[in-house]
Design a protein around this ligand. Structure first.
Ligand code: CIR
Length: 254
């Protein structure tokens, strides 16, 4: 598979009021902007044409665009984010995606889905059941996926905020896993690259066209991924980590 485009959204000043369980302090907004610029450059290095949406101060977490839509080769599915303060983010994302997708679907109440809980692995989609994504939402999503010839299955989360906080598919059957996903039946058929809990944050890495973006400061994980044959690009995302966010959350790729 190959991605050609990405959508990102510049962090807003209010990001400092974003949802967080990280206990790592308040993000430095100026530094977050710089890190976001570097992130965009990395996407371009991977060959993507990047659409940059304007910041929106009404939604502190709106830079984490991944949660608001699921993109397949057949359609865009606008989610219904599980956090009350994030539901309104979908309107602008839908506008942005309308220019690229003819077929746009929606997850509807009482179903909720955060895109961070949805991982595409070939033609199969793993869906995390979390505090943000419920059974009803997952069922709606699977119905849309099956209509288009894909498959979907669910994995119940215990500790992680999102599925992709602890697992990343790197294509070619390779999957990075950490924490509660290290020994989970759902992922046994993949070639697992196991990340130690000490570097658990770095499991949220991002495959794009043979490159893998890796969070800066996790040398063992970087080595593990390079040893598996990938070129890595290290990026500092410290200010997004303070809001429980990471590399995958900051873009939609298609
Ligand atoms: C939130 O709690 O919704 C944001 N502070 C972080 C979202 C991170 N998104 C992701 O992992 N896909």
């Amino acid at each position: 598979m190959k991605f050609t485009k990405a959508i990102v959204k510049t962090p807003c000043v209010n990001m400092i009021k974003g949802l967080s369980t990280a206990n790592l302090g308040t993000p430095d907004f100026e530094l977050a902007l710089k890190q976001h610029e570097q992130y965009i450059k990395a996407l371009e290095t991977c060959g993507l044409e990047v659409t940059i949406m304007e910041p929106d101060n009404s939604f502190p977490d709106s830079t984490f665009v991944e949660d608001t839509a699921i993109l397949t080769p057949e359609c865009a599915i606008i989610t219904n984010p599980g956090a009350q303060t994030r539901k309104g983010e979908t309107k602008e994302i839908k506008n942005a995606l309308t220019g690229f997708f003819n077929n746009i679907e929606h997850i509807q109440n009482p179903g909720t889905v955060d895109g961070g809980d949805v991982m595409m692995a070939g033609s199969h989609f793993c869906i995390g059941l979390s505090e943000r994504t419920n059974d009803v939402g997952a069922k709606q999503l699977i119905k849309i996926l099956e209509r288009d010839g894909f498959t979907g299955s669910t994995v119940r989360l215990e500790k992680f905020l999102h599925l992709k906080s602890g697992v990343a598919y790197l294509e070619d059957n390779n999957m990075v896993v950490t924490g509660e996903f290290t020994d989970n039946d759902a992922f046994r058929k993949y070639n697992l690259l196991k990340v130690d809990d000490k570097e658990g944050y770095a499991a949220n890495c991002l495959w794009i066209n043979d490159f893998v973006l890796v969070a800066k400061g996790f040398p063992t994980t970087k080595e593990l991924i390079e040893y598996a044959g990938y070129k890595t690009i290290e990026l500092d995302v410290s200010e997004f980590r303070k809001l429980d966010g990471g590399l995958s959350c900051l873009s939609l790729r298609f």
